[in-house]
Structures are given as C-alpha cells and as structure tokens.
Design a protein around this ligand. Structure first.
Ligand SMILES: [Zn+2]
Length: 119
C-alpha cells in the first residue's frame, strides 16, 4: 500500500510531535486509494497540550493518534463519507458550513461508537 500522508502533515501543529497510530494510517491510505483524490489533513495527531485538546474535559481521539480532520467539501466530502463508512470507520464528525469545512474520521474504540456528529 502506497503511503499518501507525510509525517509532517500528521504531526501536532503545536509542538511537532508525531504519535499517529499506524493502524489508522493504514486505513487512511486504503480510503485515499479508494477515493482517488487528495485528502488534505487539516489536523492529525494532537498532543494533550494542544489548545483544542486542552479545552476538552478529557483529551480525545486526536491525542491518541486515532483521529484526523480532512479538508474536503461538496462532492468530495460525500465520496469520502461513502468510502469511510464502507471501510467501517465508526466515528465521524461533519463540519460543512463556513470557511473551514472538514470531515473528522476516527477509530477510537474507547469513545462511543458507531456515531456521527456535527460541529
Ligand atoms: Zn503539541
């Protein structure tokens, strides 16, 4: 399986730490291959001190390297959802209004699943 994602784009944006889970990276590459178009990562691994994680009651999927935000909209967002669901991704968040649109995918089984939410 080709690796479509760089360590840099999946690293914590606050400190550069890279603790992305290999099993999730594998699934992401399967999804990327199936989609056939770029999946721009807007957030990958986030350390517990990253401002977004620090605001939460407890650090979430991103802090375990099991969550990612993909900056897609419209037709590509629809296709990404279709492929991710077919691959069994159990937790999906949707942010599709305004300027910073993305689809969140995560496989963190320590959190409620299957589920889907909006922001
Ligand atoms: Zn960090």
């Amino acid at each position: 399986m080709k690796n479509y994602f760089s360590e840099a784009e999946l690293s914590c944006s606050c400190c550069g730490a890279y603790e992305f889970a290999p099993e999730f990276l594998y699934i992401l590459n399967v999804i990327r291959e199936e989609c056939g178009f770029p999946l721009p990562v807007t957030s990958g691994y986030r350390c517990p001190k990253h401002p977004v994680e620090a605001r939460k009651r407890a650090p979430g999927a991103h802090s375990r390297g099991l969550g990612v935000d993909i900056g897609v909209r419209g037709e590509r967002a629809h296709r990404l959802l279709e492929v991710a669901l077919a691959q069994g991704v159990p937790r999906i968040g949707i942010q599709q209004k305004g300027e910073s649109r993305f689809i969140h995918l995560d496989i963190d089984s320590s959190l409620p699943n299957p589920t889907i939410w909006s922001y």
